[in-house]
Design a protein around this ligand. Structure first.
Ligand code: CTP
Length: 394
């Protein structure tokens, strides 16, 4: 389970390249998935085979020999962190000016990942104003620099410029990768808005985009949980999340009820239709036949079914409200959830389809926490933090 812990290790041409092999091993031991990109001069110092043996995958060494037509974008998107160790003065200069002339710089440019740069070079090169100016530029891009240490340098010289210890670099890299505090938990998440067919072309639906449920599933996977996502929307592109696609409330109910009993946590983020047409026409309803009368009947309450299970998972419900949240404490009580996440979908930044949400947490005991407007990703992190607290208390 390495989602959220993907590290691209860039190795450039310096004597310290051998230390990159230790760094790769250290990162893998600490739970990261590591893929390596090497520059041509790195290959003068250490063999690609060394990294292939450590990481289980041949390093990317140039942009054109890989079977992937666009290896730099594939790798750039895969990465959560790119760490360049050792980074030579030449690579730092190319990075500063965005010169995507090799596979490593192209990968960095094609990525939104965090970048950590660990330089190694002779003292004179390190202190040269060009290098220092380039490092300033890298800092201004938000890159983190792991400064070189004082010590023995190539050719018997001594001074500042020696690559920081692999352990130090690994610490910096891992400090930002998600902790695996949900490891061992088996969770089920529902997402999206269900669609209740009227005839073969029409349905009753709602505006839910599935973004909140996707974020909850993704964050859980990043934090090490085994995740089953039952969704009526487009799921995240992450092979570590098991996905079951459904359309109607009834299908969602059947999938959830047959799978949830032995789960540790169930998060019901889907906007499930409360009513469906009693009959579904086999052929398209024609305008010429006049205005149809569509009789609605209640759907199954998915959450209610999970609540009645014994044993049952820790249960998180959602309440998409339009207006005041005054009654959500009562809603949490009546639904019997351990946590209710309520929001006013008419409020700016909190609606269906937006990337942000402003939520109120109501615990089973009626206590309330109001959160500020934040990204749906951060709301998901808060939900899992709260789930861990509730599990610790129970
Ligand atoms: N839910 C469900 N099955 C349904 C309807 C809702 O599992 N058929 C779940 C939702 O996934 C959500 C929670 O119940 O987690 C609350 O949904 P909401 O529509 O706010 O609840 P209702 O009881 O339908 O309240 P209201 O009368 O305000 O619509």
């Amino acid at each position: 389970m390495t989602a959220g812990r993907h590290v691209v290790l860039g190795v450039t041409g310096g004597v310290a390249a051998y230390k990159a092999a230790y760094l790769a091993r250290r990162l893998i031991e600490r739970g990261a998935a590591v893929r390596v990109v090497m520059t041509a001069s790195a290959l003068e110092f250490i063999g690609a085979q060394t990294f292939a043996a450590i990481t289980g995958r041949a390093p990317l060494t140039d942009l054109f020999s890989d079977t992937d037509v666009s290896p730099h974008t594939t790798l750039g998107r895969w990465a959560d962190t790119i760490v360049i160790a050792p980074a030579t003065a030449a690579t730092i200069s190319k990075l500063a000016s965005g010169q995507a002339s090799d596979a490593l710089i192209a990968t960095v440019l094609a990525s939104r990942a965090r970048v950590v740069v660990a330089p190694a070079m002779h003292t004179e090169m390190w202190e040269h104003p060009a290098t220092q100016r380039n490092l300033e530029l890298l800092r201004s891009y938000g890159y983190e620099i792991v400064s070189p240490e004082r010590g023995a340098l190539a050719g018997g010289d001594e001074g500042v410029g020696r690559l920081a210890e692999p352990e130090t670099i690994a610490e910096v890299v891992l400090s930002h990768l998600s902790t695996l505090d949900l490891a061992g938990l088996h969770v089920i998440v529902t997402a999206g808005g269900t669609r209740e067919p009227i005839d073969p072309v029409r349905y009753i639906g709602n505006r839910s985009s599935g973004k909140m449920g996707n974020a909850i599933a993704q964050v859980a996977a990043n934090r090490g949980a085994r995740v089953l996502l039952v969704t009526a929307a487009e799921p995240p592109d992450d092979p570590s999340i098991e996905v079951v696609r459904v359309e109607t409330a009834q299908q969602m109910a059947e999938e959830v009820w047959s799978r949830a009993r032995h789960m540790d946590v169930a998060v019901m983020a889907a906007a499930v239709a409360d009513f469906r047409p009693r009959d579904i026409d086999n052929s398209k309803i024609r305008r010429a036949d006049g205005v149809p009368e569509i009789e609605l009947v209640p759907t199954s309450d998915v959450l209610q079914g999970v609540h009645e299970m014994t044993p049952r998972p820790l249960l998180v419900g959602f309440a998409a409200e339009t207006g005041s949240l005054d009654h959500v404490v009562e809603k949490a009580r009546s639904k019997g959830v351990d946590l209710l996440v309520a929001n006013d979908v008419t409020k700016e930044g909190s609606g269906f389809g937006s990337d942000t949400n402003e939520v109120r947490f109501v615990r089973g005991d009626g206590s309330v926490t109001d959160h500020e407007l934040m990204s749906k990703h951060d709301v998901a992190e808060e939900i899992w933090d709260e789930v861990l607290r509730l599990r610790a208390e129970s």
